[in-house]
Design a protein around this ligand. Structure first.
Ligand code: FE2
Length: 371
């Protein structure tokens, strides 16, 4: 296995804009639907057959592989979508999964089965969840903020374990822990919760043009907090550059939420002023309508992102008062052995030779239909 270790002379800072199909600007795509694929009646019939096939074989979701979820034409379509996500524009929005025709379990099975055509699911947290639930479980940073010991001199919340996806709050632009990441919308919010994505390659090129000095900073490692989810033998934090130009491909890591909480570790140096300035520029550019692409996830939509070339965020939201109508997304993270070449920094972050997922000692992978 290629462990991705590199020598210093392999790390090259580009002097010209990186050319890649995954370099796009939101303003050019916002009014287009070219990045969407709507399931047609034949696709939906194939999904119904595949669900029956799994049920006839008595399989649990966690056992289902591509072979157990047979598709015909839709298999080829999923191959095209996979290629577009991995080597093309870096994202797609599949629309039209008939959620209301299925139980939650069968909707999750359809999502899982389609995902089997993309890669292998990995654990998303220390609980071993392969199927994540993105919804408001009340994990507000305000609760943490009430405890003054959780705020540093910059006014940054220092909750080591808070994970934003279990709240209704705005999430800033970040990457997750896998090659491809997906969200299936079971139910939208009452208001808000728009998904926003941005091409990290477009940000890279913009920073090269505007502030090449800060681009260099973004190629140097930052300290990053693991928020209490620590692989065997690892420390509670790791080091990671934002940009990696490796084997002819640009790959990005970014997560303000994990990078800004390192102040809780007295043994670590604080970020330098250059590092903070570089992150502010990343956030500023990502938030600008020029670069960002906004999509409102509707019931039955599946958003698929190449986590190495797309940053994602979402706006805060308000749920309907009825608990059964609250915003609820199902999340999957997949690794793909043929994904972008990863530098040694990623392998040190994941541990155990993995290229994605969160694996802590004693973890048992599981699929739960409840949050
Ligand atoms: Fe995320």
């Amino acid at each position: 296995m290629d462990t991705g270790f590199l020598s210093a002379d392999e790390v090259t800072l580009p002097t010209e804009a990186v050319v890649d199909r995954a370099c796009w600007k939101g303003e050019d795509l916002q009014r287009s639907t070219s990045w969407q694929y709507r399931l047609d009646a034949a696709d939906i019939a194939e999904l119904a057959d595949a669900v029956r096939h799994v049920r006839a074989n008595g399989l649990q979701i966690i056992e289902v592989t591509r072979r157990d979820f047979p598709l015909k034409r839709l298999a080829r379509t999923m191959g095209d979508i996979r290629e577009e996500v991995l080597n093309g524009r870096g994202f797609t929005l599949m629309r039209g999964v008939p959620i209301d025709d299925y139980s939650r379990e069968d909707a999750a099975l359809i999502y899982w089965g389609l995902g089997a055509y993309l890669g292998y699911p990995v654990s998303q947290n220390a609980k071993g969840h392969l199927l994540g639930h993105v919804l408001d479980l009340g994990e507000k940073s305000a609760d943490v903020a009430a405890d003054k010991s959780n705020i540093n001199a910059d006014g940054v919340f220092l909750s080591p374990k808070q994970r934003g996806y279990m709240s209704a709050e705005r999430l800033s632009y970040h990457t997750d822990w896998a090659d491809i990441i997906g969200l299936l919308c079971l139910h939208p919010s009452m208001t808000g919760g728009e998904s926003r994505i941005v091409s990290s390659i477009a940000l890279h090129n913009a920073i090269l043009e505007r502030r090449p000095d800060l681009l260099r900073t973004l190629y140097e490692p930052y300290w990053v907090d693991r928020k209490g989810e620590i692989p065997a033998g690892a420390r509670p934090y790791f080091q990671m550059p934002v940009f990696h130009n490796y084997q002819g491909k640009l790959t990005t890591y970014y997560s303000g939420g994990h990078m800004k909480t390192i102040g809780i570790y007295p043994e670590l140096p604080p970020h330098t002023s250059k590092q903070r300035e570089a992150m502010e520029l990343m956030d500023e550019l990502a938030n600008s309508p020029k670069f960002r692409l906004e999509m409102v996830l509707e019931k039955g939509d599946i958003q698929l992102l190449n986590n190495h070339v797309v940053l994602h965020s979402r706006t805060g939201f308000t749920d309907f008062p009825e608990p059964e109508k609250r915003r609820h997304l199902l999340r999957l993270w997949w690794i793909t052995p043929d994904g972008r070449p990863l530098t040694h920094w990623f392998y040190e972050r994941y541990g155990a030779g993995l290229r994605g997922g969160i694996y802590t000692p004693g973890l048992v992978e599981n699929v739960s239909l409840e949050p």
